[in-house]
Design a protein around this ligand. Structure first.
Ligand code: TXA
Ligand code: MG
Length: 319
């Protein structure tokens, strides 16, 4: 399985140009990438992930100059956000040009774009052109933050997964759009609401799974481990109740141990929400592999990127 993991960027670019789908590192989570101009490869992404074809893909570019080819408008607040956060973990939904296939945008008149902050991915885009890439997980499963996660999800389906190390941010990009030049957040993510508001002022949030949210991927159940997972402030009570069972616990800062817990992980002993974000998916993957009866997770402080992590945990534990 691990034979498909490689650091050969030129080989990956060659594969992409020839219509293959490749596992790609980004600073948020790993992606399953294909050239935006290869319809067969794009279709294979949906096939591999078992993703509904009504759920559009993000297009990744390496320079703001490429925007004029792919989009028809670049509103003032979008320019400010690009200056502040690109390359980085912010995706912007903009009106699409004729060059962007409707297959990528799921028939929407808009395209979601971002410039990732990862040297390997940027080099790859320079070599192979704009790349459409969703997170490299099967539909509804936990997003991958290492090349090994990707290779284990798709042991037969990919010719190559580029190893670019562990993703430094660890959760997906924040998605924003513009409604009459007002900035709307459609998906909480790696860049916090506070950081965005520091650049463009007050924003509106439409990130629930309802018709106000134009982002089809924001379903209530998502990012889910196979193991039953509970988010609770009362971890000790649950441990007491479940002490005949195999339990894994993820806490924010506390490192206290309990003999009834099979595995105990701490997201950030120093209390950094950024560090917690970079660890959360990797920890969920790790505990999910232990075939436990339950995973218990302490909610994060609901500010900054902690709010985005709580959003993911809510979806991961939705039945
Ligand atoms: O960090 C990330 O954003 C990662 C890395 C690989 O870049 N990508 C990612 O892609 O999370 P994905 O496909 O797992 O999530 C993309 C989200 C989906 O919820 C999708 O519905 C939304 O973006 N989206 C894509 N194009 C859109 C559009 N034109 N309008 C509204 N929402 C869109
Ligand atoms: Mg995803």
């Amino acid at each position: 399985m691990s034979s498909i993991i490689s650091t050969d960027i030129n080989k990956a670019a060659e594969l992409l140009k020839n219509g293959s789908v490749v596992g790609i590192p980004t600073e948020t989570v790993y992606g399953l990438g294909a050239s935006i101009f290869n319809p067969i490869a794009i279709d294979y992404i949906f096939e591999l992930k078992k993703r509904p074809r009504t759920n559009p893909l993000i297009v990744h570019i390496s320079s703001v100059r490429q925007l004029s080819d792919l989009t028809t408008e670049f509103p003032k607040p979008a320019q400010k956000l690009a200056d502040a956060f690109w390359p980085g973990s912010l995706t912007m939904v903009l009106p699409k040009s004729d060059k962007v296939p409707y297959q990528i945008t799921a028939n929407k008149p808009t395209v979601a774009v971002r410039i990732p902050d990862h040297p390997v991915f940027l080099k790859l885009i320079d070599l192979a052109g704009p790349i459409a890439a969703p997170s490299a997980n099967p539909y509804e499963r936990i997003s991958p933050t290492t090349a090994i996660h990707v290779a284990s999800y798709f042991p037969l389906g990919l010719p190559l997964v580029i190893d670019g190390g562990s993703c430094k941010n660890g959760i997906e990009s924040t998605i924003v759009g513009f409604e009459e030049d007002k900035v709307i957040i459609y998906r909480l993510g790696s860049i916090s609401v506070e950081e965005i508001e520091a650049v463009v002022g007050k924003v509106a949030l439409k990130n629930e799974a309802n018709e106000a949210n134009i982002t089809p991927g924001m379903s209530q159940k998502h990012y889910a481990p196979i193991t039953k997972t509970i988010v609770t402030d009362f971890i000790e009570d649950f441990i007491e109740d479940f002490k005949q069972q195999k339990i894994g616990v993820i806490r924010f800062m506390t490192e206290e141990k309990n003999d009834n817990v099979t595995k105990h992980l701490t997201l950030s002993p120093e209390g950094s929400l950024e560090e917690a974000a970079s660890n959360i998916y990797a920890y969920l993957h790790e505990l999910d592999e232990l075939k436990l009866d339950f995973i218990l997770i302490e909610p994060l402080p609901n500010r900054g990127v902690g709010r985005s992590i709580n959003d993911r945990l809510k979806r991961a534990t939705h039945l």
